[in-house]
Design a protein around this ligand. Structure first.
Ligand code: DGL
Length: 285
């Protein structure tokens, strides 16, 4: 049995979910969280879907049955795409929130209609992602017929190795500004699909909206910003996920006088996770 003081379980393949946890803690400061990083088995994004489903189930079991979580947040786009339906079938009564690349906010934000989506190979190859993309394109085409807004075009680039490189950054304690190879890796993915032009501020030329479709990527948002320039809108779904979780917990919220906090769990080194959480500004305690 869970109660209002039970924790909210949050997991990712590694440290990427810290970008979601940060938003969760800021909207629900009195809640207790258990964050699980499956660092012994990451990256998920380049592994077979069946492996991601199996790991997601194992981690969720620890959070739901082992830790008695009152809600579960799948803070990983790749695990959400592969496994959220399996998790919902396993625990039908439990509030379960996933994260998907922020295509909807991007479709609302873009003026040129050209949106660049960076995500893992697993996310971009998933049926769930294909359905989301097709739905938004169809909706846009229908409204376009009325408003003559121009076409909406999502260009999707799988970023092999990027989540892993972001893990290494915090493990090394370096800043992204002192990691030129990481910046070059990001630039390579951003320019992989011609005709993206960095810092292209001319209207209707190049992408005007960038989706960070893996929870690791917002951790280095400033690096993407420095490459893309100020005219590009950069979106992710951390805040909507936090607000949706809060909404689903209505009536089961922690008492406001409760002191919130996080229990850190990892399938590898917990000390490394705590160090990463401090590095990314998610663990003050
Ligand atoms: N952070 C994960 C995501 O949002 C995946 C990173 C990985 O393990 O490949 O997709």
């Amino acid at each position: 049995m869970t109660n209002i003081s039970s924790p909210i379980g949050v997991f990712d393949s590694g440290i990427g979910g810290l970008s979601i946890l940060k938003a969760l803690r800021s909207v629900m400061p009195a809640e207790r969280f258990v964050y699980f990083a499956d660092s012994a088995h990451n990256p998920y994004g380049e592994k077979p879907e069946a492996f991601v489903v199996e790991r997601s189930l194992a981690v969720a079991r620890e959070l739901v049955e082992g830790r008695r979580s009152k809600a579960l947040v799948v803070a990983c786009n790749t695990a959400t795409a592969a496994a959220i339906h399996v998790l919902r079938a396993q625990w039908p009564e439990l509030p379960i929130v996933g994260v998907e690349p922020a295509l909807k906010p991007a479709a609302l934000a873009t003026r040129s209609g050209r949106v660049l989506v960076l995500a893992t190979r697993g996310t971009l190859q998933s049926v769930k992602f294909a359905q989301l993309k097709a739905k938004l394109e169809a909706e846009h085409a229908a409204s376009d017929a009325n408003n003559n807004q121009g076409t909406l075009q999502f260009t999707c680039v799988p970023c092999d190795g990027l989540a892993d490189r972001i893990e290494q950054l915090s493990a090394s304690g370096k800043r992204w500004q002192d990691a030129p190879d990481l910046v070059a890796l990001c630039a390579g993915f951003m320019t992989a699909s011609d005709p993206f032009s960095l810092k292209n501020e001319e209207k209707n030329k190049g992408f005007d909206t960038l989706v960070l479709g893996c929870t690791h990527y917002p951790l280095i948002r400033d690096a993407f910003r420095s490459l893309a320039g100020d005219a590009v809108t950069i979106v992710d779904n951390a805040q909507p996920v936090a607000l949706r979780t809060m909404q689903l917990l209505r009536g089961k919220e922690a008492p406001s006088e409760q002191v919130g906090g996080v229990v850190w769990r990892s399938s590898a080194e917990e000390a490394q996770l705590v160090q990463a959480a401090r590095y990314w500004g998610v663990a003050q305690d």
